[in-house]
Write a protein that binds this ligand. Structure first.
Ligand SMILES: Cc1ncc(COP(=O)(O)O)c(C=O)c1O
Length: 363
């Protein structure tokens, strides 16, 4: 049996008729960018998250860098960010000329709230949390720290659509929640897409201006903005998927439970779940000391796997200018050396999961 790390075609086939009808309707409408489907999706997504506004954008990276842009964060400012994250979180900060200040993760792979305060200086303007792999950070603690120190709080929710901390959805704790709709995300488009959510009229208005060349009125330009407009087809397709997001996340929860119950091998560390939060299982990530051997072993059995992520941002070539070296963030580096995402996707069959579990248990 062949089990790929991800199967986006399965996600399409789950609601194939609805997706095809939605795309066809847009094609026939003659309206392709920032039209009624984008507005409709923005209203639906705001309502889903519980935020006052959602502003659709072209990608998750745009959501991040435009978030810091509208908050006025740039040259000379510092932003606290988890060391253990995807590079886009850091790029969202540095594109604006601000400096990322890294913090080690806790055992849930998220920013360790105990280590945030010691990194605050007079230059610190914001904390960016990342709800990695679908699990919320400790938002009570982080929100309190930001409040006490008058810092902006931005949330990278690229992997946490629908995840809660207590009775609130990730993305609504901070000033701005940033989402990606990259196809493999829990709420995935069929191309690139992203959005921000916020309760602030000013931030929502500014974001709408920035996403469209800095124009609030057609052909009148107030600031140097970006072209970051979600297209109508993606918005219509996202509306379809959003309608099913809770059932898709419930399916992922079942898949995760099956892995948690079935995998029985002390060579692996299974994911830990923080109390009081939900995870929407964007990935199912284990840790293995003999990871390279494991990848090869799985490959021989036609089982795919992915490392999220092999090189932490502070050791990436892109950030060699920051002057970090191996050993600066040992927990992050240990995770980067040992994490492995197992095959995990909506539409995964029981047979496929059993095949993976059996292989893992025999490793
Ligand atoms: C944690 C995180 N932040 C940001 C992004 C960037 O999103 P996008 O690829 O839509 O730019 C991603 C995904 O790619 C991500 O996983």
């Amino acid at each position: 049996m062949k089990v790929a790390a991800n199967r986006l075609d399965r996600g399409f086939n789950q609601y194939r008729d609805e997706f095809e009808a939605a795309a066809l309707e847009v094609l026939r409408s003659g309206y392709y960018i920032l039209g009624p489907h984008v507005e409709k999706f923005e209203q639906e997504f705001a309502a889903y998250t519980g935020a006052k506004y959602a502003v659709a954008l072209a990608s998750g990276l745009d959501a991040l860098w435009l978030a810091f842009k509208v908050l006025g964060i740039g040259e000379g400012d510092e932003v606290i960010v988890p060391a253990n994250t995807y590079i886009a979180s850091v790029m969202g900060i540095t594109i604006n000329g601000a400096t990322p200040v890294f913090v080690e993760p806790d055992e849930y792979y998220n920013i360790n709230p105990n280590k945030v305060e010691e990194k605050i200086t007079e230059k610190t303007k914001a904390v960016l949390v990342v709800h990695l792999y679908g699990q919320s950070c400790d938002m009570n603690r982080i929100s309190a720290i930001c409040k006490n120190h008058s810092l902006f709080l931005v949330e990278d929710c690229a992997q946490s659509h629908g995840a809660m901390a207590g009775d609130r959805m990730t993305g609504t704790f901070g000033d701005i929640g940033c989402f990606s709709f990259y196809p493999s995300k829990n709420l995935g488009a069929f191309g690139d897409g992203g959005c921000i959510v916020t309760n602030s009229d000013i931030i929502a208005g500014d974001m709408k201006m920035y996403r469209n060349y800095g124009s609030s009125k057609r052909y009148y330009f107030d600031v140097v903005g970006a072209n970051s407009r979600l297209d109508e087809i993606q918005a219509a397709l996202l509306s379809v998927r959003l309608k099913h997001l809770d059932e898709l996340n419930a399916e992922r929860q079942k898949l995760a439970e099956k892995y948690l119950e079935g995998i029985d091998n002390d060579k692996f560390i299974l994911p830990a779940i923080r109390s009081g939060v939900t995870t929407v299982w964007h990935q199912f990530v284990i840790r293995a000391k003999k990871r390279d051997e494991l990848i090869e072993y799985l490959k021989e059995r036609e089982i795919g796997s992915i490392i999220h992520y092999p090189i932490p941002p502070h050791l990436s070539k892109a950030y060699s200018n920051l002057g970090y070296k191996k050993g600066d963030f040992p927990i992050t580096e240990e995770y980067a050396d040992t994490v492995l995402s197992l095959p995990f996707y909506n539409g995964m069959t029981e047979e496929e999961q059993d095949y993976v579990i059996n292989a893992l248990n025999r490793f």
